[in-house]
Design a protein around this ligand. Structure first.
Ligand code: GLN
Length: 549
């Protein structure tokens, strides 16, 4: 039987429950336990797949094709292990299941109610992964903030589990905020007291308080929080703001968060934490030898969460190359032929981001052209790859109206077209080509060099694909399909071999990048940017010395 740790949040949102949950999981994993993390979200969307990135940040996709909350990305990046459909559950999903059962007559004439029917379904899903013998511990993050009307059924389910299961099998970690009032020069504990009180009113009592704070908590404050919130003093954990999220596991180790959990759950067979790989990554991250600047060309750049996995992949790949990766966000909507060289000046590489719809498309195409012509390392992901194909068709193949069916269904050269199986789909939710598919890589290609193998599997989220009617024309003119799906021939990777680094992928390599296993394409792209930077520095020095002469 697995044991269950619930992570709730109080006082405000955005305290970083996901990072605390992932850090705790990392420590328990480093001590030899098998841990998974799941997220329960209180909104009514069945999954976040239909949410605009401005609403909810990036939609993260699992191996088995679930469209999930971006916190699952953190879980995978910290643990280097995969999550699945079962790891993200929303209120919408719970209600959908219960309503479908009601329609099927499964409740045998009973009145269907929030308690017990909705809470039973929540409990069932909370314990689902724990029934898999694989896991010793299941950590469940409850989205939202304690006191929200919509998270009440989830909290009630936690209360019932606390009552039903043996004491040592369930625990609750509550994340809260201890604000520092500059005027009073004091840390204030009252918001935390109120939030614990609110949680206790629902019948759930936290075992551990993790306190986000800008200032260290001295023993006196810890004792005060413990006394008024009715937890043991050593269960008041200080969570200071960190320079990087990847430092949080070590901060939590110092505060003994993992040991307190193990003690409460009566787990005795654990090892000293093995965090060697993690620490060596952190060292490289903190002490880079040089810097590269890459441009992220997208249309949601005002909201950094929209590109979370891409930004984190840059962090992983930067550490691997021992460089600091500075990301310059360039809004694709405002790139024009006239200003492109000014907007992209000083960059060592260009990543054209995934996306949907017409807005900002032409700017992306202009950016691709610039990178192609200037020999600037180029990396296109999903829509970014599709834009690279369109740019090549327009400017090299001379197909002036080349486009994607998504943007212009009347174009006479739809070099990117809707996938056959997508044509009949009417519903939006969960209907894209989602999750992991295999890809065969051509020997001797750049992709082959980067991956070091010809068989890979990567994750997807798209409806459109390279139109194979044009494949010969592309290959004859210098853009090759170096990776294809072995079953359908769908083009997964395009390259321009006579360019220093030009690669576009239909899949999302950022979804599989983790601290300990960075995504090869990101590592390769940053290596190319580093080379470009070194060469342009040599160029600059040379021209400076010729001016001096
Ligand atoms: N809009 C494109 C498609 O559906 C690309 C999707 C993406 O970038 N994730 O094919």
């Amino acid at each position: 039987m697995a044991k269950y740790i619930f992570v709730t949040g109080g006082v405000t949102s955005s305290l970083g429950k996901g990072i605390i949950a992932a850090s705790l999981a990392k420590l328990l994993q480093a001590r030899g336990l098998n841990v998974t993390i799941q997220k329960f979200d209180p909104y009514i969307n069945v999954d976040p797949g239909t949410l605009n990135p401005y609403e909810h940040g990036e939609c993260y996709v699992t191996e088995d094709g679930a469209e999930t909350d971006l916190d699952l990305g953190h879980y995978e990046r910290f643990l280097s292990s995969y999550t699945s459909q079962a790891n993200n559950v929303t209120t919408g999903r719970i209600y959908q299941t219960v309503i479908n059962k009601e329609r099927a007559g499964d409740f045998l004439g009973k009145t269907v109610q929030v308690v017990p029917h909705i809470t039973d379904e929540i409990k069932h899903r909370m314990m689902l992964l724990g029934q898999d013998e694989k896991f010793d511990i299941v950590i469940t993050e409850i989205g939202g903030t304690v006191g929200d009307i919509e998270s009440l059924p989830f909290i009630e389910a936690v209360r019932q589990l606390q009552w039903e299961l043996p004491d040592e099998d369930v625990m609750v970690v509550h994340l809260t905020l201890i604000p520092y009032l500059k005027a009073a020069k004091e840390l204030k504990t009252k918001p935390t007291q109120h939030s614990v009180k609110m949680l206790s009113e629902t019948g759930v009592h936290p075992d551990i308080l993790v306190c986000r704070t800008e200032q260290p908590l001295n023993n006196e404050i810890k004792r005060k929080i413990a006394l008024f919130c009715n937890v043991k003093t050593d269960a008041v954990i200080e969570a200071m703001d960190a320079d990087t999220i990847y430092e949080v596991p070590l901060l939590m180790l110092r505060e003994k968060l993992d040991l307190i959990c193990l003690k409460k759950m009566n787990i005795t067979n654990y090892a000293e934490p093995n965090l060697d790989k993690w620490k060596s990554f952190l060292d490289k991250l903190k002490y880079p030898k040089s810097k590269v600047t890459v441009g992220l060309i997208g249309k949601y750049i005002e909201l950094q969460d929209a590109y979370k996995s891409i930004l984190e992949s840059f962090v992983h790949a930067g550490a691997m190359n021992e460089v600091k990766v500075e990301v310059v966000n360039v809004h694709s909507e405002f790139i024009t032929n006239e200003n492109v060289s000014e907007k992209l000046a000083g960059l060592d590489g260009l990543l054209v981001a995934p996306g949907f719809g017409l807005r900002g498309i032409e700017g992306k195409i202009i950016a691709v052209k610039y990178a192609r012509e200037k020999g600037l390392p180029f990396f296109g992901i999903c829509l970014g790859m599709q834009m690279a194909v369109i740019e090549f068709a327009r400017n090299i193949l001379g197909l002036k109206d080349a486009h994607s069916t998504e943007m212009d269904a009347n174009s006479s050269n739809q070099v990117i077209s809707i996938m056959e199986e997508q044509k009949k789909i009417k519903l939006m939710g969960g209907t894209m080509r989602l999750g992991a598919y295999p890809c065969e890589i051509q020997e001797g290609s750049l992709a082959h060099q980067i991956y070091g193998t010809t068989h890979i599997s990567e994750r997807h989220r798209h409806r459109y694909e390279f139109n194979n009617d044009y494949l010969n024309q592309f290959q004859e003119n210098g853009m090759i399909a170096s990776g294809t799906n072995p079953d359908t021939d769908l083009v997964e990777i395009v390259e321009i071999p006579n360019h220093p680094f030009f690669i576009g992928v239909q899949y999302h390599p950022e979804l599989k990048s983790s601290v300990e296993i960075p995504a090869p394409l990101f590592v390769g792209f940053i290596a190319a940017a580093k080379k470009y930077n070194e060469q342009s520095n040599i160029g600059k020095k040379k021209s400076a010395s010729s001016i001096e002469k």
